[in-house]
Design a protein around this ligand. Sequence first.
Ligand code: BGC
Length: 531
Amino acid sequence: MALEAHSAAIAAQFDYTDDQVNSAVNEFRRQMTEGLETDGTSLSQIPTYVTGVPNGTEKGLYMAVDLGGTNFRVCSIQLNGDTTFNLTFSKVAIPRELMVAKTAQELFAFLAKQVELFLQTHHEDHFEQHVRRRMTMSSPDGYKDEHVFRLGFTFSFPVQQVGINKGTLIRWTKGFDIPDAIGKDVCALLQDEIDKLHLPVKVAALVNDTVGTLMARAYSAPGKASTVLGAIFGTGTNGAYVEKLSNLKKPLSGEYDKTTGEMVINTEWGSFDNKLSVLPNTAWDAALDKASPNPGIQMYEKRVSGMFLGEILRLVIIDLLKDPKVSFFRDENSSSNDWKSTTNIVSDSSIYTQWGLDTAIMSVAAADNTPELSTLRGELEKQLGIYSAGLDDAQAFKAIANAIGRRSARLSAVSIAAIVLQTGKLTDPAYADEPIDIGVDGSLVEHYPYFRDMIYEALRTIDGIGEEGAKRIRIGIAKDGSGVGAALIALVAAGMEKRLTTADYLGELRSNAKRNNLTVVPEGGETAAQD
Ligand code: BGC
């Protein structure tokens, strides 16, 4: 079969029809309900103890760190109280060996060191006090309370949360694998290492990145409808949404504020439908799963998120390269190559190694509409050592890559739609004509061309949403959301420490909101935050 027909047939295996999208939405909603009722289900539906979203009036200087994918980020955030903030951050790649370290301590010591470097670079005043103290004292105690930074810890892995700054790791995802950390309180692990360096920092809140994204979006885009969902489509994927407490049937162990009648739920939707009742499963999906560190788990994430799309494509390409019936990245002689050369793949090309194809090249393929696909061909050479790829090769590469990317976007529409329908806001007259606001972050949704357009295209075909509903759904980027969100939750936690009552805090928020003509959705917590 000619290459063009062959690649079209492969691309077709990644089609996910409107009917399939609709059945998946129904199944997603069923699994959501199941997760709200029982522990240990496919969709974990983890209660976060955060019982409201911010309204933009919060103020203060907080720190946040973010561990969740390829990079570790440290930031400080000045919340200005008028829906704006100022953010300073540093970012460092996590060394691969630490992702699979023998002990949790090795990883967390590295993280604490980055916090120290950040303070040294960006908050010299705090850092100097720390150096003086380190020379004169052996204990971190004795800092004046106002000199201790409250830090929100965004930890983007499934955690059983038992309080605002306490939670045990359920399982690793996204290529991390340090069995020693499973079942341990990740806040305590970080605090111990921070204390060893005598830093004036207190880990005040534990936050999943999706919860942070939801908080950040709600802070920046307050309004009547408020934000209903924070979602990540990046290295991994997940979403957190605001659920009615009356729907949350499984028992909760920690204390929380019941007055709002709501709680933010971390769905951990990466593990939606691990049994594959509605998810697609090509031979390449199955091969990827089999070779992964966590077979049978995170099955939705393995079809949607950035860490995996490149690997699916790589596995397809390897099969094509081995197929004697198709001539892919291979020329009989220079006359069959439009550049009048012959294609060569260097023997140490990363195409031959697991995870060796970076998903970013799929964005290049989707964006390249030049007649000769010259940008894509340049990247194939630069990133994968594929020299003089022919136009037909590049077209086949692009067709298959696009099909994998499109399937990911259509699958992403499934979780978004299910949650929008679950909130009931599309049909609630109280919200008539109001936008249904969704905050998203992550490399895929930010950089993959037309990702959001493809999500909207699928949303329009979903029962209960349709053209009209899709128009009301506002999907907006909440860039760096998790850091800002973690700071907002650290603020709640700082208030809790100061033992303000919930009534004090809500009263303050309400009067602020009145001044600013906003609708208050109060912050959660047993007690409350202050400026
Ligand atoms: C993790 C989630 C996280 C998501 C996005 C997933 O692998 O399980 O906790 O929110 O990645 O970072």
